[in-house]
Ligand binder design. Structure first.
Ligand SMILES: CC(C)(COP(=O)(O)OP(=O)(O)OC[C@H]1O[C@@H](n2cnc3c(N)ncnc32)[C@H](O)[C@@H]1OP(=O)(O)O)[C@@H](O)C(=O)NCCC(=O)NCCS
Length: 145
């Protein structure tokens, strides 16, 4: 199977959203609207990727950075293409792109209940931080899309 990894463009949005809606553990918010993702990609060029097999979108990963740390979101691989290294390839692309931007550390957020994803990240060398508690402030409505 030929897997092609390319930078995510806003033209990928429709297929990406369709994958996200079918993916367990994915939290979709107003920020994931077409306008939100378009602004995100514009602000973080060269850091988000899609995987395609025979032209069909089968995987995504979003990443941005704040000049100091990277933040990875929405790593998703279609069920029928899992276990074939697609997630690994997408993550490696992100880490390489961050390094090209001088960013050596990346964070991500996983729901506590998403034990499979936590195991996946740990197997891939990501460290579960017990020393940090995440806190958020919501300044306006940020409900599900
Ligand atoms: C997590 C996910 C992206 C993995 O994608 P994938 O393409 O199947 O992963 P890969 O094939 O690249 O796996 C790479 C390695 O991780 C291992 N792995 C895959 N899933 C795993 C799991 N649930 N637990 C532990 N290891 C796992 C593979 O065995 C492989 O190991 P190897 O390199 O020793 O062979 C995919 O399962 C998914 O879309 N899950 C739902 C969405 C999700 O939870 N995303 C993360 C949100 S933070």
């Amino acid at each position: 199977m030929q897997i092609e990894i390319k930078e995510m463009m806003i033209s990928d949005y429709h297929e990406a959203m369709s994958l996200w809606q079918q993916t367990e553990g994915m939290c979709l918010r107003v920020a994931d609207s077409r306008e939100g993702i378009e602004a995100y990609l514009r602000r973080n060029p060269g850091l988000s990727f899609v995987a395609r097999s025979n032209g069909q979108l089968i995987g995504t990963v979003l990443c941005g950075h704040d000049g100091r740390r990277g933040y990875l979101h929405h790593l998703a691989v279609a069920h029928e293409h899992r276990g074939q290294g697609v997630g690994k390839k997408l993550t490696e692309q992100v880490i390489a792109a961050l390094q090209q931007n001088g960013i050596q550390k990346c964070h991500l957020f996983v729901l506590n209940e998403n034990t499979k994803a936590i195991q996946y990240w740990q197997k891939r060398g990501w460290q579960h931080r017990h020393d940090i508690r995440m806190m958020s402030f919501v300044s306006s409505d940020d409900t599900h899309v």
